[in-house]
Design a binder for this molecule. Structure first.
Ligand SMILES: *[C@@H]1O[C@H](CO)[C@@H](O)[C@H](O)[C@H]1NC(C)=O
Ligand SMILES: *[C@@H]1O[C@H](CO)[C@@H](O)[C@H](O)[C@H]1NC(C)=O
Length: 188
């Protein structure tokens, strides 16, 4: 199907910077690298929430990125035990970005990465803002493209793994080969 064909064609496509690929520049980007599983060992581009959540005070060389169960993380998590002191991967939808962030925080997560539920969307970064509840959250909350979230979850499912291992944040200006380390499916 088209996914397979597109992937085999990526090497022909010129590499572009994330800012160019987003089509506009209104966000600051924050980068993380998947270390394991190896088939998604790429540097991913995320955008921090605009007006809630914390910032990274430390760089995690290795920390687990754990897909939340249930994925939308609007209430109690069945795998909350694994999210304690780790980072949760959550899907957009069902409740506000802030609610998801608070759920992960309440389970002891260090940060949350919320991927778009439009899994074929490889270009649109949603600006995550407060809801109307006056609540707050302390942990960093990042938005990830639907395509990227889908590819991470799919790889973990294929390997039967409960989490990925990532480095976050990654200083891409110190990585000369940064452009080559971005996910190939980004450049369809
Ligand atoms: C991604 O989402 C944005 C906003 O909803 C939309 O404008 C754009 O067309 C979508 N792109 C794809 C490839 O689905
Ligand atoms: C990122 O790396 C560059 C190049 O090595 C360095 O000049 C810069 O200070 C680093 N930034 C941070 C925030 O560490």
């Amino acid at each position: 199907m088209s996914r397979r064909r597109s992937q085999s064609a990526v090497s022909l496509v010129p590499v572009v910077q994330p800012a160019a690929r987003a089509g506009f520049r209104i966000h600051d980007y924050l980068y993380f690298q998947v270390l394991s599983p190896g088939d998604i060992r790429y540097i991913f581009t995320a955008t921090p929430a605009k007006d809630f959540g914390g910032i990274f005070h430390t760089r995690y060389e290795q920390i687990h990125l754990v897909p939340a169960e249930p994925p939308e993380a609007c209430g109690e998590l069945s795998n909350g035990f694994f999210i304690q002191d780790q980072i949760a991967l959550v899907e957009r939808g069902g409740c506000s970005f802030l609610s998801k962030t608070r759920v992960v925080q309440e389970h002891g997560g260090r940060a949350v990465i919320i991927s778009d539920n439009a899994v074929d969307n490889d270009s649109f970064y949603v600006e995550m803002i407060q809801d109307s509840t006056q609540r707050t959250a302390d942990i960093p909350a990042l938005f990830l493209l639907g395509r990227d979230g889908y590819m991470i979850r799919r790889s973990l499912e294929q390997h039967g793994l409960p989490w990925a291992i990532i480095s976050i944040p990654v200083n891409v200006t110190s990585i000369p080969t940064f452009e080559l380390l971005q996910p190939p499916w980004t450049f369809w």
